[in-house]
Structures are given as structure tokens and as C-alpha cells.
Design a binder for this molecule. Structure first.
Ligand SMILES: NC(=O)c1ccc[n+]([C@@H]2O[C@H](COP(=O)([O-])OP(=O)(O)OC[C@H]3O[C@@H](n4cnc5c(N)ncnc54)[C@H](O)[C@@H]3O)[C@@H](O)[C@H]2O)c1
Length: 392
């Protein structure tokens, strides 16, 4: 085997996603990755000390030292950080959502009441700035949509490519009992509510699979054409009976959403996203095709089933994300990151950066995901009227 290339990388952000990115980098086998350091507004010292890496006070100083940056910051800064990297020909691994609209800069910006057509035009402008920066750069945007790399979705890709299947209907869901990040509750940081924060995952996978189908049969992707959507803020209803199991301090965002997407070939996808579901995260995608049907269970799945007689027994044992109780029957994930696609996406991104291999989850998929979601917010504002989607 030829000598592996060595790449120097840096992390921007020091929170939840910065942690699983670092874990995944540790599993990269095709490239020698040297993580030089971290730059973050908050938490950098602690993050760096735990991992034995340097802290950079400025992004620019870190960019001097690295070839790849992991953009693990709050969504409102993805554009700024990614463009700074691309301008210096550094690859930008950008967490979801790629970008969006984060208000007018006022502290009291209210995500509920401003016109969603404004959000759409600002988000499309942001996408275009990022795509233009990529076009001018020697490097690329690598869109960290882990669902694309989840083994179940990649197996479905193989089925589509080898059988020439036509997908007739996709339904999928990402559901949690709330997000851990404080900023997630504010449109001005997150660019929307659960429809973007969680919905981008199953939507991204659905758009990816329809693109795969089109490329396999006709050499060009099948794209989303129109969307109808509803959003709700269930935990902010005055009659929500809070028993403390579901996060309920959201400021101006939706916590339950549904997108109905019609593709250019007339086939459809229904994507649910919510933050009001107990019993562990519920992430799945079902494909109904003309020659097969697939259910991708990302989390939970039945790779392992355990009965635990007493809660106390499992006090030091991680079972699966956001499960409420460990007593009784549960589905512990023997390798949750693997089922979720984290190590696979990071491996693929380093192969793209060092060997020029094409990526499955690229800026075009990211752009079409964001465009679909902001058009969905326009539709939701009109109580579900269909809206045509601009695609890239
Ligand atoms: N793919 C997934 O499964 C997944 C899971 C969680 C979060 N995410 C995404 O990761 C991103 C970050 O979320 P998180 O949960 O890690 O948030 P977090 O709040 O845990 O951490 C955010 C970090 O970014 C830093 N930061 C914010 N703006 C910055 C800027 N301009 N420059 C430098 N540092 C900045 C903060 O100081 C903090 O250290 C979000 O886009 C989120 O949607 C993805």
C-alpha cells in the first residue's frame, strides 16, 4: 500500500458536534490526520486541554496552519467560517444546516412573526455566496449530512444503482425530546426550528436517494420541485401540560413539522421532524419503490436488545441517545456513531481532500436541502399552500 498522505486539520467550535467530529477523526484510516487545534467563541480551552491540542484565538491564525477545517459552530456562523476557509483554499467540512437566515441582527428578532419570504431570499443569497466561494476555491465544501453515510442509506443506494429502481414514495422522520444546545431555541442562531434543525437529516437523505436514482437511470439527478409544509409549536401552547420530560423553553421556533415534497418526476416524500417524542430518538427512512421496499432504521435499531432489571445496574452504561429510562427492555446501540454515519462521512471527506475522490454529500445536496426547507417555511406561513422550489 502506498504511503498515506498527512493532512493538518482544525476544529471551529468546541461543543457537541466538535466532540463527535474529533472522535470520528480518530477513526480515519485512509489519511494521517493531525488535528492541530481548535478555535471557538466559548469552550476552546477545556476542549483543547482534554485532547492535547492548541487553542487559536483567531480563525485566521488557525487557517495558517491547516488544510481542512471542521465547521462545528452554531449555524448562524457557518457561511462566514466556511467562506474564510475556502478563500484560503482550505476544505470546509460544514455541519448541517449549511446556512440559512438568522434575522436582522436585532436582539429581539422574532422568528415567528417576520415574513418567511424574506428568510427564503436571504437564505438563497447565502447559499449562492457559499457556492460562489467554492467555485473560486481550490478546495470544497464537504457537507456533513451523516444520514447520507449511514450504512442503511448507503445500502439503499446500492439497491437503487444495481436495480434501476424507481422510488415512488419516501417517508422519514427525525424525532427527539429536545435539543441540548441553548442557542437551538432561538431562530437568530439556528435559522429556524425543528423543520431545519432535525428535518434536514431525513430530507437530505430523501433528496440524496432521488438524486442517486436519477443519476443511475438517466445520468442526472431527480430534484425537488415543490413543497407543502406545516409547522407547530406544541410545547409553547398555553395548554401544553409540562411534566418535565420534554424540553420546553424554546423562544420563537417550531417543535413539530411536516414537509410534503413533490419531485420533478411527480413522485413524493413526506418528512416529519419533531422535538416532542419520548423513548429515545426516532430516526428512520422508508423507501417504497417499484421493485422493492426498504426501511432504514438509523436509531433505534434491533442490532442489540437488552432487558435490564433495575435502573441502577446501567448507571455507568450508555445505551442509546436521549432514552428516558434504562430499566426494562431497550435497544442499546453497540456502535451508535457507526449506525449514524459519523465515522464514514469523515473518512470520505478526508479521502476527498487528499485523493480528490468525489463526495456523496456535497454542496449541491446541502443547497437543495436548505432551499427546500426555506420554501417549506414559506408554505407553512400559508398553512400548507404548495410552493415551487429553486434548486441548484
Ligand atoms: N450532524 C449531527 O448529528 C449534529 C448534531 C448536533 C449538532 N449539529 C450541528 O452542529 C452545529 C453546532 O452545534 P452544537 O450542537 O455542536 O452546538 P454547541 O452549542 O454545542 O457548540 C457550538 C460551538 O460553536 C462555537 N461558536 C459559535 N459561533 C462561533 C463563531 N462565529 N466562531 C467560533 N466559534 C463559534 C461556540 O462557542 C461553541 O463552542 C450546528 O450547526 C448543529 O446543527 C449536528
Amino acid at each position: 500500500m502506498k504511503d498515506k498522505k498527512t493532512v493538518r486539520s482544525g476544529i471551529v467550535g468546541a461543543g457537541f458536534s466538535a466532540s463527535f467530529h474529533f472522535e470520528a477523526i480518530g477513526k480515519v484510516y485512509g489519511t494521517n490526520v493531525e488535528v492541530v487545534g481548535v478555535h471557538a467563541l466559548e469552550g476552546a480551552q477545556q476542549y483543547a486541554a482534554r485532547r492535547g491540542i492548541e487553542v487559536f484565538d483567531s480563525l485566521d491564525a488557525m487557517l495558517d496552519q491547516v488544510d481542512v477545517v471542521h465547521v462545528c459552530t452554531t449555524a448562524s456562523s457557518h457561511e462566514e467560517v466556511a467562506i474564510a476557509a475556502l478563500k484560503r483554499d482550505k476544505f470546509a467540512i460544514v455541519e448541517k444546516p449549511l446556512t440559512g437566515y438568522f434575522g436582522d441582527g436585532s436582539d429581539d428578532f422574532d422568528g415567528e412573526t417576520f415574513p418567511k419570504a424574506d428568510a427564503l431570499s436571504h437564505a438563497l443569497a447565502s447559499i449562492k455566496r457559499m457556492l460562489a466561494a467554492e467555485q473560486e476555491s481550490k478546495a470544497k465544501i464537504l457537507y456533513a449530512e451523516n444520514w447520507v453515510y449511514a450504512p442503511a442509506i448507503q445500502k439503499e443506494r446500492e439497491i437503487l444503482e444495481k436495480t434501476g429502481a424507481q422510488i415512488l414514495f419516501i417517508h422519514g422522520e427525525e424525532a427527539h425530546s429536545g435539543s441540548h444546545a441553548y442557542t437551538y431555541g432561538y431562530w437568530k442562531f439556528s435559522g429556524g426550528g425543528v423543520m431545519i434543525g432535525k428535518g434536514c437529516h431525513p430530507l437530505g437523505a430523501a433528496l440524496y436517494l432521488k438524486a442517486v436514482e436519477g443519476r443511475a437511470r438517466d445520468g442526472k439527478p431527480i430534484l425537488p420541485a415543490a413543497v407543502s409544509a406545516r409547522t407547530h409549536a406544541i410545547t409553547r401552547m398555553p395548554n401544553f401540560r409540562d411534566e418535565g420530560h420534554i424540553r420546553s423553553d424554546y423562544h420563537d421556533i417550531d417543535d413539530m413539522s411536516l414537509m410534503h415534497v413533490v419531485f420533478t418526476d411527480g413522485t413524493v416524500a413526506d418528512i416529519f421532524a419533531s422535538d416532542i417524542v419520548l423513548g429515545g430518538i426516532h430516526n428512520w427512512l422508508e423507501v417504497a419503490a417499484n421493485n422493492h421496499r426498504t426501511v432504514c432504521n438509523i436509531n433505534p435499531n434491533t442490532a442489540m436488545q437488552t432487558y435490564n432489571a433495575a435502573e441502577e445496574n446501567f448507571k455507568d452504561i450508555y445505551v442509546v441517545e436521549k432514552i428516558g429510562s434504562k430499566q426494562g427492555w431497550s435497544n442499546p446501540s453497540p456502535d451508535e456513531d457507526w449506525f449514524t454515519g459519523y465515522p464514514q462521512e469523515i473518512e470520505a471527506f478526508y479521502r476527498a481532500a487528499t485523493l480528490g475522490e468525489p463526495v456523496e454529500s456535497d454542496s449541491r445536496l446541502a443547497a437543495n436541502t436548505i432551499s427546500t426547507i426555506y420554501n417549506a417555511y414559506v408554505s407553512a406561513e400559508k398553512a400548507g399552500a404548495e410552493v415551487a422550489i429553486e434548486t441548484f
